[in-house]
Design a protein around this ligand. Structure first.
Ligand code: ADP
Ligand code: MG
Length: 696
C-alpha cells in the first residue's frame, strides 16, 4: 500500500485549480495523470525579462517589461487578421497584437487612455515595434507581479507555459517533507540537498547552469530515480536467488558427443561463456544469466551445450524463440546434433494441434523428451514438463520481464527453481544492461567465429536505386541471395506494406519468380513458407519489412539492401547487416539514403561504415538517441526514466547499483529508518511491484 504521505502527490492533476478536462487531457499526454508527474516535468529553459523605458533595436527578439499608454484599439476586420492595439512608450509607438483576440476581454484588460505594464517578446514588424500576445499585463503599482526571470517548461500544442507555472505555484508548496532515504555521506560528498529542496530548486532555475544534468538539484533527483530502479531490480534478484536452486552437474558425456559432431571448435569466448553458465548451473542457487552476443557470434551452440549438461544431470531443457521462424531454425540447427548425441528433441509452436499435440505433451510430461524447442506456445497452461531444469529464452527483447519469470515457474515442485538463461543478439550498452537486466548476471561473447570477412558497407543516394536493382543480376547468377528491406513509414504498418509491395512488383518485373515478399501483415504460415523458399533457394531476392530483423540465418545470403536507411536506428541497421556474409562468402550492405541527411543521420551511417562491433554501435546509438528507443521501451520491459539520462548519468547509475546491493545486504527487509524511507522512494517512483519481493 502506498504510504499516506504520498497520497496528495498521486492525486489527479485535475485537482489543481484552473486545470479542467481539456488541459487535463493534454497534461496527461505530455507528463502523466498525477500531480507527481507534473512535479517530474522539469523546466528546460528560462525567460529573462529586461525592464526598459525606451524601445531600441538591441532589445528586439528579447523579453522586455515596458510601461505603455494605450491609445486606441483596432479590432480585426476579419477572422484571419489580428486584433491590434496602438500604444505609446514615451514618444515612441508600439503595437500590441493578438490573434483571435476577443474584443470585450481586451477592452477590459487594456482600456483606451489607461497606462499599463506589459511583458513579452519585443518584435519589429513593418517598421514599427510590436509585442504579440504579451505574457503579463498589469499596472505599474503591481510591477512585482511580473517576474524578471521565469522557468520555461517543455510544452505541447494547446498548453502554455503559464499553465505549468500556475500549476507549479499550487503543487510546489504542497510537496511533503519526506524522510531522507539517501546516505548522509553521499549527500555531503555530492553537495546535494534533500528531496523536497532539490525538487523546488529544479523548478526554480535562475541561470543556464541550473538546467545541466550535473546541476546538484537535478543530479540528486536523477540519483533518486536510478536508486529506485536498482533497488527494485536487486529485490527481484535476491528473491529469485533465495528460492532454493538446484545443482545441475553433468558428466560431460553428451557434451562430448555434440562437440565431436560439430564441424568447428568453440571460440575462446564461447568456451568462457559456457563455463560461466555451467558454474551457475552447478551452484546451489538459481541461475539468472544474460548471454549477450552479437549476431553471428554463435550463441546457439552454447545454448545446446548448456542444455546437454542439464540432460546429463537428469533434467529436461527448453529453448524458447520469439517467432515461429526462429523456433524452426533453432530446431533445425539443434535436432540433428541432439539426435547424434542420443537425445530426443521436439518442437512446440502454436501450430501444433490435435493428436500430434496431445502426443507431444504426453512425451514431455512423461520425461520421454529431453529437449524442447518452442515459441510462446510453451507458456500454455497444459504444457507440463516432467522435470524442467534449464530454460533458455532467445532474443529477449521481444519478451518482457514477467515472461521470463513465468517460464521459470514451469519447474517441478520440490526440485528447486529452473535455471534461466536469456540470450540476446542486441548488444546492450553496459548502462542499459544495468537498468534493464540488473537482476541478472551477464556473460558476453565478444569474439566472432574465425574466418568471417567484414561486410562491405556503403551509403548510396536513393536516386541510384534503379541502378542498384539492375545490378543484382550478377549476384543472382553466382547463386547468391539478396535481402531488400523497405523502411518503416511513420510507424504505419499499412504504409510499410504498401512500400514493400511496390518494391516487390518493381523487382518482379526485373527478376520474375526469383522474388519473394514478406511483411508483418502476413499470417505466420505465409511468412514461414516464404522464408523457407528463401532458405532453400527457390527464391533468391527477399523483399521485406523489418520482420526479418531477428535471428534468421541463411548462409547463402550475401547482399543486404536497406531502403531509406536514414529512417532506421543504428542498432537495427547493425542487426540487419548481420544477416549477410555468414556463410564465408563476402557480404555487401547497401544503405540507400534520401539526401539531405541531418547531422545525426550522417553520424549514424558513418559509424556503421566504420565498425562492425555491435557494442560500440550500441553505445553510439545510446548517445545519439537515448535509451527508450533502442530496445523499444514497451517491448523490452525497459524502465522509462523521468529525470535520469542513462548516458549522462552513467556514473550515478554505477553508484546506485552498489548502493542498492549494500543496503539490502545490511537490511534485507528494509526495516531500518533508512530502509523505511527507501520503501517510500520505491513508491514515489512507482516501483511498487518490487516491494512484493521484500523478504519476510
Ligand atoms: P547467433 O549468436 O547470431 O545466434 P549462431 O549461433 O546462429 O549465431 O551462429 C552463427 C553461425 O556461426 C552458425 O552457422 C554456426 O554454426 C556458426 N558457428 C558457431 N560457432 C562457431 C565457431 N566456433 N566456429 C565457426 N562457426 C561457428
Ligand atoms: Mg541466434
Amino acid at each position: 500500500m502506498r504510504p499516506e504521505i504520498l497520497f496528495q502527490l498521486f492525486s489527479p492533476v485535475s485537482k489543481l485549480k484552473g486545470i479542467g478536462p481539456r488541459l487535463t487531457a493534454l497534461i496527461e499526454k505530455l507528463a502523466g495523470p498525477n500531480i507527481i508527474d507534473l512535479a517530474w516535468h522539469l523546466p528546460t529553459g528560462l525567460v529573462i525579462r529586461h525592464q526598459i523605458s525606451e524601445l531600441t533595436p538591441e532589445f528586439v527578439d528579447r523579453n522586455v517589461v515596458v510601461a505603455l499608454h494605450i491609445d486606441h484599439h483596432l479590432p480585426s476586420r476579419n477572422r484571419r487578421a489580428p486584433y491590434k492595439i496602438q500604444c505609446e512608450v514615451g514618444v515612441q509607438s508600439l503595437t500590441l497584437t493578438f490573434f483571435n483576440g476577443r474584443e470585450n476581454y481586451l477592452r477590459q484588460q487594456l482600456p483606451e487612455g489607461s497606462d499599463r505594464l506589459v511583458s513579452g517578446k519585443l518584435e519589429e514588424y513593418g517598421g514599427t515595434y510590436q509585442i504579440t500576445h504579451p505574457d503579463y499585463i498589469t499596472t505599474r503599482e503591481m510591477a512585482a507581479d511580473i517576474p524578471l526571470s521565469e522557468q520555461v517548461y517543455p510544452l505541447t500544442a494547446g498548453l502554455t507555459n503559464q499553465t505549468f507555472i500556475k500549476a507549479a505555484r499550487q503543487f510546489l508548496p504542497m510537496l511533503p517533507d519526506l524522510p531522507e532515504w539517501q546516505d548522509a555521506s553521499l549527500l555531503s560528498r555530492e553537495g546535494w540537498t534533500g528531496w523536497r529542496e532539490s525538487l523546488l530548486a529544479a523548478h526554480a532555475p535562475t541561470e543556464e547552469a541550473d538546467f545541466s544534468r550535473d546541476a546538484p538539484a537535478r543530479a540528486r533527483l536523477a540519483y533518486d530515480e536510478l536508486l529506485a530502479n536498482q533497488l527494485a531490480l536487486e529485490l527481484i534478484r535476491r528473491s529469485m536467488k533465495r528460492k532454493p536452486g538446484r545443482s545441475l552437474i553433468g558428466n560431460g558425456k553428451i557434451r562430448e558427443k555434440i562437440l565431436r559432431a560439430l564441424p568447428f571448435s568453440l571460440t575462446g569466448a564461447q568456451n568462457s561463456a559456457l563455463s560461466e553458465i555451467e558454474a551457475d548451473m552447478a551452484g546451489a542457487h538459481r541461475m539468472l544469466r544474460l548471454l549477450q552476443g552479437d549476431v553471428g557470434s554463435g550463441k546457439t551452440v552454447v545454448a545446446l551445450l548448456a542444455m546437454a549438461t542439464a540432460v546429463e544431470a537428469g533434467a529436461q531443457a527448453t529453448i524458447m524463440a520469439p517467432t515461429e521462424i526462429l523456433a524452426h531454425q533453432h530446431f533445425n540447427a539443434i535436432e540433428p546434433l541432439a539426435t547424434e548425441a542420443g537425445l530426443s528433441c521436439l518442437l512446440i509452436t502454436g501450430r501444433l494441434k490435435g493428436k500430434k499435440r496431445t502426443e507431444t505433451l504426453e512425451a514431455l510430461a512423461s520425461g520421454a523428451v529431453d529437449l524442447v524447442v518452442g515459441t510462446h506456445a510453451l507458456f500454455q497452461e497444459d504444457v507440463k514438463f516432467h522435470d524442467l531444469g534449464l530454460a533458455i529464452i532467445d532474443e529477449q527483447h521481444r519478451f518482457g520481464v514477467h515472461q521470463r519469470l513465468a517460464l521459470s515457474a514451469k519447474g517441478r515442485d520440490g526440485k528447486g527453481g529452473v535455471d534461466v538463461l536469456v540470450m540476446t543478439a542486441t548488444p546492450i550498452p553496459r548502462t542499459l544492461a544495468l537498468t534493464a537486466y540488473g537482476d541478472m548476471d551477464v556473460s558476453i561473447i565478444a569474439e566472432k567465429p574465425p574466418g568471417r570477412k567484414p561486410v562491405d558497407t556503403r551509403a548510396i543516394d536513393l536516386e541510384r536505386l534503379d541502378a542498384v536493382a539492375d545490378g543484382l543480376g550478377r549476384k543472382l547468377a553466382a547463386g547468391e541471395r539478396i535481402y531488400w528491406v523497405c523502411p518503416l513509414v511513420e510507424e504505419s504498418q499499412v504504409l510499410d506494406v504498401a512500400a514493400a509491395e511496390e518494391r516487390f512488383a518493381h523487382l518482379k518485373t526485373l527478376y520474375g519468380d526469383q522474388v519473394g515478399l514478406i511483411h508483418g501483415r502476413l499470417k505466420a504460415e505465409e511468412k514461414d513458407a516464404t522464408m523457407r523458399r528463401f532458405m532453400s533457394g527457390e527464391i533468391s531476392i527477399l523483399v521485406a519489412t523489418t520482420v526479418i530483423e531477428v535471428g534468421v540465418d541463411v548462409p547463402e545470403a550475401t547482399v543486404m539492401i536497406i531502403e531509406h536507411a536514414e529512417r532506421f536506428g543504428l542498432a537495427q541497421l547493425h542487426q540487419l547487416r548481420g544477416r549477410v556474409g555468414r556463410g564465408g562468402l563476402e557480404g555487401t550492405c547497401l544503405l540507400l539514403y534520401a539526401p539531405p541527411l541531418g547531422e545525426t543521420q550522417k553520424a549514424r551511417l558513418a559509424i556503421l561504415r566504420e565498425t562492425e562491433d555491435g557494442f560500440r554501435i550500441a553505445e553510439e546509438d545510446l548517445r545519439l538517441r537515448g535509451a527508450g528507443e533502442i530496445l523499444g521501451t514497451r517491448q523490452s520491459g525497459l524502465p522509462e526514466f523521468r529525470i535520469a539520462d542513462l548516458h549522462d548519468h552513467s556514473r550515478l547509475l554505477a553508484i546506485a547499483r552498489d548502493d542498492a546491493r549494500l543496503v539490502l545486504e545490511k537490511d534485507e527487509k528494509l526495516g531500518s529508518a533508512r530502509g523505511k524511507a527507501l520503501k517510500t522512494l520505491l513508491y514515489l517512483f512507482e516501483r511498487d511491484s518490487a516491494i512484493r519481493y521484500l523478504s519476510g
